[in-house]
Design a protein around this ligand. Structure first.
Ligand SMILES: [Fe+2]
Length: 248
């Protein structure tokens, strides 16, 4: 008789419960301030798909999101889940979660003193910035496929190149909609400064091209000078499928 041992998922030890009752009125007010500060610009400059997703997952402008409630609305649409985690995840755990359609989501909120910038993602960056896009079926497939591809890689150079694809799409992605450049990456959606810089013409917008993206060094500490505009989300889904042939 043989026994099969079930390996724990590499992210198992990072999963936590979100304690919604522990949020203070001041923390809800910070969420509210952030949302009301971002919305006027996003109504003008965010991708229609982001704005659709925002309403679809039921985010409330005045209170911090309950991730279980968000997931109950999101899961029937694309199978994605906004899953609370304890903080920054190592790469293998992060990619394994994406492969399982679990988006690692932080539960803390920035302080009033750091409204514009936090060195590590908080719930505003993760939920307001990222999760609405997970309601889009093609983006949803793209992100899972991206996680599966990265989980299969071992060479640091390959992971660095794939990290650039994540950066110029999931974090700093822009799309052309009816002839206008619209933002969909969380680094732009959730940051007033970064988004203002881009919509006021501070970054050069090039056509999305997989090889250019894989070869463009990421600068995490300054405003972005070059971004890559897609024409549709199918383009990044296809690019992720093609990316495997550009590695090794
Ligand atoms: Fe992010």
């Amino acid at each position: 008789m043989s026994t099969t041992s079930i390996q724990p998922k590499p992210y198992a030890s990072y999963l936590i419960q979100q304690d919604c009752a522990a949020y203070t009125p001041e923390q809800h007010a910070i969420w509210s301030t952030l949302v009301s500060r971002r919305m006027p610009q996003l109504e003008q400059h965010a991708s229609a798909e982001y704005l659709n997703g925002f309403h679809q997952i039921g985010l409330q402008p005045t209170e911090l999101p309950d991730l279980a409630a968000v997931s109950r609305r999101l899961q029937p649409v694309t199978g994605w889940n906004s899953t609370p985690v304890s903080g920054f995840l190592p790469a293998d755990a992060f990619f394994a979660m994406l492969s399982d359609r679990l988006f690692p989501t932080t539960t803390w909120i920035r302080s009033l003193e750091s409204l514009e910038y936090t060195p590590e993602p908080d719930i505003f960056h993760d939920v307001f910035g990222h999760v609405p896009m997970h309601a889009h079926p093609v983006f949803a497939d793209f992100l899972q496929h991206y996680g599966e591809l990265c989980a299969s890689l071992t060479r640091a150079e390959d992971l660095e190149r794939l990290g650039r694809l994540f950066w110029f799409t999931v974090e700093f992605g822009v799309i052309r909609e009816r002839g206008q450049v619209k933002v969909y990456g969380s680094g732009l959606i959730s940051s007033h400064g970064e988004c203002t810089h881009v919509v006021s013409g501070g970054a050069e917008i090039r056509d999305f091209d997989l090889d250019s993206v894989l070869n463009t060094t990421v600068n995490v500490s300054e405003m972005q000078t070059v971004l890559y505009a897609i024409e549709s989300f199918d383009q990044i889904y296809e690019a992720t499928k093609q990316a495997a042939s550009r590695l090794g």
